[in-house]
Write a protein that binds this ligand. Structure first.
Ligand SMILES: O=C(O)CCC(=O)/C=C/C=C(\O)C(=O)O
Ligand SMILES: [Fe+2]
Length: 315
């Protein structure tokens, strides 16, 4: 088995509230580097770790992580809708492998996913149906959140299980570093919002358009400097990226939920997807980061990063 990893921030504001042309050009360059890396690696399976934003997972029962043997995208924020080409046999084998290694993984035979899953497939592969995937939801939004070390354990167990497949596997983590976009919170929510977060009533097109407009306005306000959101934190983002770069992944076991939220804002927990992806790669042997780009981009409400990593060649 051959493995590689990519971490890629997502934002619903990409293409809708873009930064200055020179910033956009730098991001496009970095994403191009990642695309070239992926093309050269030529994966035949993508294990995609991504969060959800109350489109597929709700408080009626909110797992810390869940592997899909089948998945359908809702098409929020202009992302593609429809089925993901899930490799159900590999998905089942990986689920068994993770459970065998003592990580209590939830499995879904009909997973609903949103832009968190779709955007990296569109950005890196040009669409959602270009490559077989095994989608793995990693909760990075809905509190309470469990210990970060368990996410590392999930990634490691899945990486070990993947090593048994005769595959070229790309572990892909989707999510921002420090960022605090307007995502609804159950605690203190008005009854109508709480009901939606618990039961997951699919929004009407008008409701979806209103919440997308809210995020767009928040991005504009944030870029203009008038906001109450937690600021993007480049120092923390660089600490996080250095952790992946150095391979000192056990450091994350000391990261607390409170610390991450205080340093990086309410959606900083999405970086759990990167932790899972790098832990999966690390479980297959030593790795090295081959590219790493970072920029704080207020227009996207994102500490935005893209990084690629490959296995160290064996001598
Ligand atoms: O307001 C809503 O109902 C949805 C908000 C939402 O989905 C925001 C998503 C933001 C990100 O995915 C992000 O910045 O990571
Ligand atoms: Fe997100």
């Amino acid at each position: 088995m051959t493995a590689a990893a990519v971490g890629l921030s997502h934002s619903p504001l990409i293409g809708r509230n873009d930064p200055a042309p020179e910033v956009l050009a730098a991001v496009e360059d970095a994403v191009d580097t990642a695309r070239t890396f992926v093309r050269a690696f030529d994966p035949d399976l993508v294990v995609l770790y991504a969060p959800d934003h109350y489109n597929g997972f709700f408080y009626r029962e909110m797992p810390p992580f869940c592997l899909g043997t089948d998945a359908n995208a809702v098409g929020d924020f202009g992302s593609s809708a429809g089925p993901l080409p899930v490799d159900a046999d590999d998905a089942r084998a990986l689920a068994r492998g993770v459970l065998d290694r003592g990580v209590d993984l939830t499995v879904s035979a009909r997973m609903t996913v949103d832009h968190g899953f779709v955007q990296p497939l569109e950005v890196l592969f040009g669409g959602i149906d270009e490559i077989p995937v095994v989608p793995v939801f990693v909760n990075g939004v809905a509190t309470p959140l469990g210990p970060v070390g368990r996410v590392r354990a999930l990634g490691a167990a899945l990486g070990e299980a993947a090593a048994a497949l005769d595959r070229r596997v790309l572990f892909l983590g989707s999510g921002g570093l420090s960022h605090d976009p307007p995502v609804p919170v159950l605690e203190g929510a008005p009854p109508r919002v709480a009901d939606a977060l618990i039961d997951g009533h699919p929004p009407t097109p008008e409701q979806r358009a209103r919440s997308e407009q809210r995020v767009l306005e928040a991005g504009r306000d944030y870029a203009a400097g008038s906001t109450t959101m937690t600021p993007i934190n480049p120092a923390w983002d660089n600490l996080v990226l250095d952790t992946f770069k150095s391979g000192r992944l056990t450091d994350v076991d000391r990261w607390t939920v409170d610390w991450m939220g205080a340093e990086g804002g309410g959606s900083a927990h999405e970086v759990r997807t990167w932790i899972a992806a790098f832990a999966s790669l690390a479980a297959t042997g030593p790795y090295r980061m081959t590219s790493c780009f970072y920029a704080p981009i207020p227009e996207w409400i994102a500490g935005f990063a893209v990084a690629t990593a490959e296995q160290e060649p064996t001598s």
